[in-house]
Structure formats: C-alpha cells, structure tokens
Design a protein around this ligand. Structure first.
Ligand code: DGL
Length: 279
C-alpha cells in the first residue's frame, strides 16, 4: 500500500509522524507544496487549484490512498481532490472530519473551540463538521502562528505572547456566546508544535477546568488506520526511526524542508526531491 500524504508545507509531517508507527507496513510519499505555502491566506479557487495539482502529483507517483494532512486544503478543496482521486479508486481522508470527531468524542459540555488559518475559519468547515456531530463551536483565525512556526520560533517569548493574545480573544468571545468549552481543536498542521505554549495559555485563561487540546494529526492517523485496518500488520508505537520506506518531495528549497521538517517529524529527514508543480 502506497500512502500519499500531502500538505502545503512541512506541517503535515505531524500527520505522517502519527501514521508511521500505526501503519508501519505501508510505503509513504510525502509532498510539501512549500513553493506555494501559505495556503491559509489564499482564496478557495487558488487553494483548490494548488491542492488538486499536488494530489495529482501523488496519484501519478502511484499512491493508492491519499491523506490530505493540510487543514486548509481539507476545508476548502476536499471535494475537488476527491473528484480527482476517486476515478482512480483512490480513497481520500482529510483532517477536518477526524478532528471534529475527536472533539465530539472528548467533550462533555458539547461546546468546542477551534483555532485555524484564516481560510479554514472563513470556510466554517470545522463549525459544520462539529454541528453535524451535535456540537456548538467557535472558530478563531490565528494567522500569525504559521509564520512564527516557519521561522522556528517555537519556544520564543513573542510566540507565547501572540498565542496568549489570540486565546484571550477567543476566551472572551466564548464567554459572550455563552459557551462552556471543554475542548479546543488545533485546526492547523503547524499548531501541534506549539502545543505546550497553547496548553500553558489555556491553563491560565481557564483555571480549574482548562479545555482539552485536540490534535487533528493524531485523530486523522487513527481514521486512516481504521480505514486501512485490513492492511495493518505491524504496530510499534515506540518506533523512533523511519522504518517504513518514505519518499519526500518539496516544491521549494529541499534544504529548508529538511531543516524545518525534522522538527515536525521528530526525526531526521533523508533525501528530499525537488518537484515543479507550476504556479
Ligand atoms: N497546512 C496549513 C493548514 O493546516 C497551514 C499552512 C498554510 O497556511 O499553508 O491549514
């Protein structure tokens, strides 16, 4: 089984990282469309065009299963990607449904918060997915977080302050909407890297009963594992190296992909091939 994992950049490596120990008997192809990142500030038409050409690349490489690890592409282009993949019999899993399902599974109050890129929030894809599962939700765009993570400012005081400001606004908006959130979904591939910073801010804003932080990367890997259960023969949650064969592709600097990607994947990245998908 060749599994293609696609993201606008390196953030989707958090999904690959979650997949590798769960489905270790697959071959992985990861594409980061780094030349056209960020998707999160672009229009639906542009995001769909980029996402479809990226998915087509993975299909051309022989992928038999597609994981859309990018929240923005999942929110705005999943239908177009499916129309591209399904004639080839290729199943497509995005991150929004699994993220919302994980929120629904963990909430007692049925009120959830979602932090994501501007495009994802404007699409209200998370709100719709939450509503289908009987949850009220409040979405918050946090556009500065992707560039801060891209800059490698993970443990930086500026990042902690930006996170605090976004979450303070969200806290106030939730109170105004009379929500009692006990769950906050990280609706962007980059945010899991900021999880400790986000959890620290959440603990201060909601002392006593801080909302539980949900990582859509973990939830997505669980969904892929569920769909591929028949193919799963090796499970080793303690795997610390890339045991399944994995090929990496990027549309911009392979050196930057290797350097930043190592933080997202949690282990060194081998060879990265440069591909040109056009503009
Ligand atoms: N991968 C995007 C997401 O998960 C974040 C980066 C971008 O804006 O392209 O929404």
């Amino acid at each position: 089984m060749k599994i293609g994992v696609f993201d606008s950049g390196v953030g989707g490596l958090t999904v690959l990282r979650a997949l590798l120990p769960r489905i270790a008997n697959a071959e992985y192809l990861y594409l980061g469309d780094t030349a056209r990142l960020p998707y999160g500030s672009k229009s639906q038409t542009t995001i769909a065009r980029y996402a479809v050409s990226s998915s087509q690349f993975l299909i051309d490489q022989g992928c038999e299963f597609l994981v859309i690890a990018c929240n923005t592409a999942s929110a705005l282009a999943l239908e177009e990607i499916r129309q591209t993949a399904e004639p080839h019999g290729i199943p497509v899993v995005g991150v929004i449904g699994p993220g919302a399902a994980a929120a629904a599974a963990g909430t007692a109050t049925r009120d959830a918060l979602v932090v994501a890129t501007s495009a994802t929030v404007q699409s209200h894809a998370y709100a719709a997915a939450c509503q289908r599962l009987g949850l009220r939700s409040l979405e918050k765009a946090c556009p500065l977080l992707v560039p801060l993570v891209e800059e490698g400012w993970i443990d930086h005081a500026v990042t902690a302050e930006v996170v605090r400001l976004y979450l303070s606004e969200l806290h106030q908006q939730a109170a105004e909407a009379c929500l009692q959130p006990d769950t906050i979904v990280l609706g962007c591939t980059h945010y899991p890297l900021l999880r400790p910073v986000i959890e620290a801010a959440v603990a201060k804003l909601w002392p006593g009963a801080p909302p539980r932080v949900i990582d859509s990367a973990e939830a997505t890997a669980n969904e892929v594992e569920r769909q591929l259960a028949a193919h799963t023969v090796v499970k080793n949650a303690t795997t610390t190296h890339l045991s399944p064969p994995t090929s990496f592709f990027a549309t911009d600097s392979v050196a930057k992909f290797c350097q930043l990607g190592t933080r997202f994947l949690g282990q060194p990245i081998g060879e990265v091939k440069l591909v040109d998908l056009g503009g």
